[in-house]
Design a protein around this ligand. Structure first.
Ligand code: 3H9
Length: 702
């Protein structure tokens, strides 16, 4: 391997290259390399301009996120970036791939920026609970103006090269080799005698109206990024860019940045960043097991789920054949897909031609034989074991040898489904979440006989369709829905004890859940959970109050938004929820009938009962080997169940509360509440008593 930072000089232009695969993260060694090279170039005779670019698939994609755990080593970002900015000859950044975080910040320290047509440039630090702390909050407003800079940093959304050019962030956009383009640009500067252009010497554009802009952004953040510190801290840092000389502003930025790096919010978000990548690593499956190619997909069932799943593949250019039992279902399914795409077109996120292209990739059929060419077939009919078995028998007859057969089930035993085929090794569970074209999570269910390369194919496929695939072994409800059971059970029970649905949901929403669980039931249909519980009858706890509220509502056909009332009443125009006194009275009467004493559980108690119940179940899943890592559970909950990312997922959250505290509270619940639900999971007990954490448990298992 060559130097991590190297340079060569061609006709007076120094080409500095960073080579730190996979994403050229700006770790200490890169900064040290840049320091050496730029110091050397300062005294090199005959150098008229410098071009800074990267080898490999991308320009610098940020600081090395791991370095935040150990503290940023020397040389620091500011020292190196100042050295670049102070160059006496023009420095041109040559950007390809994704310039992110410290990548964008180093580019801002260069005097000029040239971007490849396909490049993206952004500052996603808030998604890690930090701010651009290598000068980004001070330099970006000086280049693109206050409002654009704030938008870029608050949304974290990278700009395309063309958009960056429009905002003045890049000077030219080139096609072909970006280094060549940047060298040509640099030569032109030299030929024209153009001087260096230090970003820090520029004025902040839009500073006249700063007070109003900053206030508007604070208001926006208070609404959309509740419970978080880093977004408000970002505004403070940008305010310093407007009000203070550059060096003082940089000091404010540094102080804020250092405080945020150590805070739980950032630790939680960094944990999720790595956990989301770790999910792809399956112990026992080595890197040389390759995915089977997936060039054509078949889907059985063109209902809401099947249609949504099909869109995922069409969106990335993979053709899909959709099979339905009759023409009417097929027509309805295709009409829904078209309507979904049309909505994107009318919102401006999709072009009409793109919609037609995607629709063109979808082939309707009433004949299973049409699935014969598919590399992956996904069954997406409703949850009924007999029906699914019948479909898999048919698929076994028509699918080509080696095709992967996926079943989109949220609860059923995939081993029983696999057993009706002559190829159980090719069968895998693919639990998509609704709406399947939107939700990020995919639970990949590893059956007893699923072949390793089938699992790898499912994981790769998830990445291709831009989802996060998390592997679960077989159990009722897999990872997500099994942990949902105690969470929602306690929410319902609190209502029976005397809390209103609004009190329960707002306690959960204050905690940070995207939506309170009772409102979620109303959205999905209260009857859905009730019907699955009816099917499981004998396996349910012996407790007449268990999910009693949902049962009462379903019996009255008050099943949520689709009937205008459920736990709440809904305005037909805006679907806004309002309390329903009749429903509250219904629950009171039922509590009296069941002898449930009336009280008002506090907000904290509601949160603890729901979340700790979920954590305890998570610990059982780890012990049973259903989930591979605590981090996997966190990813499932953050990506699929609206758990606040800034709390890192339920298991990481438990670590931050302290497992001993969680354990002791569960023991209290065992005394105060129904003891059948409150036995601490042995793993939780063991770790709590040892003063350990789920993170340490994950680590100890490699
Ligand atoms: C920052 O810059 C702070 C500054 O303001 C300074 C403050 C003082 N660090 O995602 P992939 C690893 S904060 C360490 O699968 P893709 C990743 O873990 C940073 N490692 O590839 C994975 O490892 P493994 C701001 C990193 O092609 C491998 O690289 N920047 C980093 O799907 C491949 O990653 C960001 O937040 C990193 N910065 O996507 C950008 N980035 O193979 C973070 C990646 O062992 N990165 N790795 O599992 C990304 O968004 C995506 O990785 C990227 C590539 C879009 C670049």
């Amino acid at each position: 391997m060559g130097e991590i930072v190297s340079y060569s000089i061609v006709d007076g232009i120094a080409l500095v290259r960073i080579d730190n695969p996979p994403v050229n993260a700006m770790e200490r060694k890169v900064r040290a390399g840049l320091k050496t090279v730029f110091t050397e170039l300062k005294s090199k005779k005959g150098v008229t301009a410098i071009v800074l670019g990267c080898e490999g698939r991308t320009f610098v994609a940020g600081a090395d996120i791991k370095e935040f755990d150990t503290g940023i080593g020397e040389p620091g970002f500011h020292e190196v970036f100042r050295l670049i900015e102070d160059s006496k000859v023009p420095v041109v950044a040559a950007i390809h791939g994704t310039a992110l975080g410290a990548g964008t910040e180093v580019a801002l320290s260069c005097h000029y920026r040239v971007a490849d047509k396909g490049a993206r440039i952004g500052l996603p630090e808030l998604s890690l609970g930090i701010i651009p702390g290598a000068g980004g909050t001070q330099r970006l407003p000086r280049v693109v103006g206050l409002e654009t800079a704030l938008d870029m940093m608050i949304t974290g959304k990278p700009l395309t090269a063309d958009a960056a050019k429009n905002e003045g962030l890049v000077d030219i956009v080139v096609s072909g080799n970006v280094m060549d383009g940047a060298v040509a640009f640099a030569r032109d500067l030299v030929a024209k005698g153009v001087e260096t252009r230090s970003t820090r010497a520029r004025e902040v554009k839009g500073a006249d109206n700063a007070a109003a802009i900053l206030e508007a952004k604070r208001k926006q953040i208070a609404k959309t990024m509740r419970n978080r510190r880093s977004p408000m801290a970002l505004i403070d840092a940008v305010k310093a860019a407007v009000e203070l000389p550059f060096d003082q502003g940089l000091k404010v930025e540094t102080d804020i940045s250092e405080e945020l790096v150590g805070a739980t919010e950032s630790r939680a978000l960094r944990h999720l960043f790595f956990a989301e990548r770790e999910v792809r690593k399956i112990p026992g499956i080595s890197a040389d097991i390759k995915a089977r190619p997936v060039a054509r997909v078949g889907i059985v069932g063109a209902g809401t789920m099947g249609g949504g799943i099909a869109m995922n593949f069409a969106n990335v250019g993979i053709p899909v054949t959709l099979v339905e039992a009759n023409q009417a279902n097929l027509d309805r399914g295709f009409a829904t897909i078209r309507k979904n795409y049309e909505r994107s077109v009318s919102r401006g996120s999709l072009k009409a031609e793109q919609m037609e292209e995607r629709m063109g990739l979808l082939t309707p059929s009433l004949d299973y034989a049409a699935l014969g060419e598919a590399d992956l077939i996904i069954e997406a009919v409703f949850e009924n074991m007999a029906l699914k078995k019948e479909i898999f028998q048919k698929l076994d007859r028509v699918a080509r040898a080696g095709a992967v057969l996926g079943t989109n089930t949220s609860t059923l035993d995939i081993d029983a489904i696999a057993a009706v085929t002559g190829r159980p090794q090719d069968v895998v569970g693919l639990h998509f979440f609704s709406p399947a074209n939107v939700m990020q999570l995919l639970e990949i269910v590893h059956g007893a006989k699923t072949a390793p390369d089938v699992l790898v194919t499912a994981l790769d496929m998830a990445k291709t369709i831009r989802k996060i695939g998390v592997v679960s072994k077989v159990c009722y409800g897999f990872i997500g829905n099994r942990m949902m059971d105690p969470y929602a059970r306690e929410a319902e029970r609190c209502v029976l004890e005397g809390a209103t649905p609004e009190e329960v949901d707002s306690a959960l929403e204050d905690f940070g859940m995207a939506m309170g669980i009772l409102a979620v039931f109303d959205l999905a249909g209260v009857d859905i959970g009730h019907l699955t519980r009816l099917e499981r009858g004998p396996l349910l706890p012996k407790d007449p109050s268990y999910y009693r509220c949902s049962a009462l509502l379903t019996e009255r056909k008050w099943i949520g938004q689709k009937t205008g009332r459920g736990y709440y009443r809904y305005d037909s125009a805006d679907r806004k929820r309002t309390p329903d006194p009749e429903v509250i009275e219904l629950f009171r009467a039922e509590a009296a009938r069941l002898g449930v004493a009336q009280r008002k559980p506090s907000r904290k108690e509601i949160q603890e009962r729901c979340i700790y119940g979920m954590i305890n179940e998570g610990a059982l899943l780890l012990e049973e080997g259903i989930a591979l890592r605590a981090g996997d559970i966190d990813v499932v909950y953050a990506a699929g169940y609206g758990f606040p990312r800034y709390r890192g997922g339920p298991m990481f959250y438990a670590d931050t509360v302290g497992l001993k505290n969680v354990y002791e509270r569960i023991l209290e619940f065992r005394k105060e509440l129904d003891p059948q639900y409150w036995t601490p999971a042995p793993l939780l007990e063991k770790l709590a008593l040892a003063g350990s954490t789920f993170a340490a448990w994950d680590k100890s298992r490699g």
